[in-house]
Design a protein around this ligand. Structure first.
Ligand code: CP
Ligand code: NVA
Length: 305
């Protein structure tokens, strides 16, 4: 299973990144890598997606796999049929399941009942595929030694922030999240990450002042102020998060060679200005592309014979 980055050793995370980089180079060189020939994966979406769906479908195809798309309106998943029964049925047809859903417990439940690997493609709590991708992208721009780099996250303490805590703990990167007091990342995730960081020496901290977080940062990251499922709070959140916008003024305090990342979709004029997004478009769209390569590595390592 690939449910959260915390479950892996630093060596396993590095191995995933090395394989993703290799598969990327092979794809660019036109070298086929059908590592999962003849297998099939289910792609379950209980929330919407552009990047995750298309990159998983292409990744599966490149690996020689078939894919089956299921969502909550066109399938029995959700109200009509339990996660446990769905897991047992899908295990009879397929070689792996990717799921994007609301509560993280749904992914854990699916993994518990399925006989085949389960990949977490975003829950309310975590987005590990995206953060693994971001680590690959940071390597491409800042070099392979991630230790010694400082990442600042500015905005809502959400599934991305939680996964960054786990990811940075694994690779030894300094991580500071600036969020409003009431919108900090998950308390248990923070505790787990702090414990895990002892192995790599990563420094993880939570603050409320964006300027403090961004000071001398090599990487500044943000994400939407209202995640999927929080649409009704969007207007109220715009007011709460206004001091947390990533803009040119805020970036003055960062390292001169700072890169800005965003998992997309972005709300220009809210969490990030048009100007900052466009100035970092190369990084941000490489980041989007890299979903394809890292997810291929995840599927190959969980599903290939
Ligand atoms: N970043 C990301 O997961 O994008 P989608 O919601 O479009 O899949
Ligand atoms: N935090 C965002 C990430 C989208 C990829 C959300 O959950 O909607």
């Amino acid at each position: 299973d690939f449910l959260k980055l915390l479950d892996y050793t630093p060596e396993q995370i590095d191995y995933l990144l090395r394989l993703a980089a290799q598969l990327k180079a092979e794809k660019k060189a036109g070298i086929p890598h059908r590592l999962c020939e003849g297998k099939n994966v289910a792609l379950i979406f209980e929330k919407t997606s552009t990047r995750t769906r298309s990159s998983f479908e292409v990744a599966a195809h490149d690996l020689g796999m078939g894919s089956t798309y299921l969502d909550s309106t066109g399938s029995q998943i959700g109200k009509k049929e339990s996660i446990a029964d769905t897991a047992r049925v899908l295990s009879r047809y397929l070689d792996g399941i990717m799921i994007r859903t609301f509560g993280h417990d749904r992914v854990e439940e699916l993994a518990k009942w399925a006989d085949i690997p389960v990949i977490n493609a975003l829950t309310d709590l975590l987005h590990p595929c995206q953060v693994l991708t971001d680590l690959l992208t940071i390597e491409e721009y800042k070099g392979k030694n991630l230790k010694g780099l400082k990442m600042a996250y500015v905005g809502d303490g959400n599934n991305m922030t939680n996964s960054f805590l786990y990811g940075c703990a694994k690779v030894g990167m300094t991580f500071v999240a600036a969020t409003p007091e009431d919108y900090r990342p998950d308390e248990t995730v923070f505790k787990n990450a702090l414990e895990d960081a002892k192995e790599t020496g990563a420094e993880l901290s939570l603050v409320t002042d964006p300027k403090e977080a961004v000071k001398d940062a090599d990487i500044v990251v943000t994400d939407t102020w209202a995640s999927m499922g929080q649409e009704a709070e969007h207007e109220a959140r715009k007011k709460i998060f206004a001091p947390y916008q990533v803009n040119k003024e805020l970036l003055k305090g960062a390292d001169k060679r700072v890169i800005v990342m965003h998992c997309l979709p972005a709300y220009r004029g809210e969490e990030i200005t048009e100007e900052v997004l466009e100035a970092n478009a190369d990084v941000i769209f490489d980041e989007a592309e890299n979903r394809l390569h890292t997810q291929k590595a995840i599927m190959a390592l969980t599903m290939a014979d």
